[in-house]
Design a protein around this ligand. Sequence first.
Ligand SMILES: [Zn+2]
Ligand SMILES: [Zn+2]
Length: 136
Amino acid sequence: MKINGRCYCGQVKFTFDGEPRTAVQCYCRECQYISGGNPNAAMVLPKANLTFTQGEPKTFARTDLETPRTRLFCGNCGTSLATLSPRFPDAMIMKVGTFDDPSIFKPTVAQYLKDKQPFHHVDAEIQQFETTPGAK
Ligand SMILES: [Zn+2]
Ligand SMILES: [Zn+2]
């Protein structure tokens, strides 16, 4: 599968060519900050198959968490592009909203439902987890 995408202002662009691993909706409290309130929609992609073709995302990781994720974002417009998880060092977890065609996203997993808000909706058809599936 080929995926092209960019941040809101267009300074950062990327391309992916390979097999996505999973499509997840993450309801964790941290993602709520990044997404603006709703669950994050993301695809777990093999890092080796993804290239930033223009610009370089800035990174941020919290220092007060035991295993912080590293958040990649555009330093110009602030669009959240991706997350790196210490649990999956060879994966790039890309935000679906940055894809040229976000409609390719077919989530199969809803995770961190322990942090779900009353206004969130969960698709009953997909696998649900209080934290993570635990699988690689
Ligand atoms: Zn930007
Ligand atoms: Zn999350």
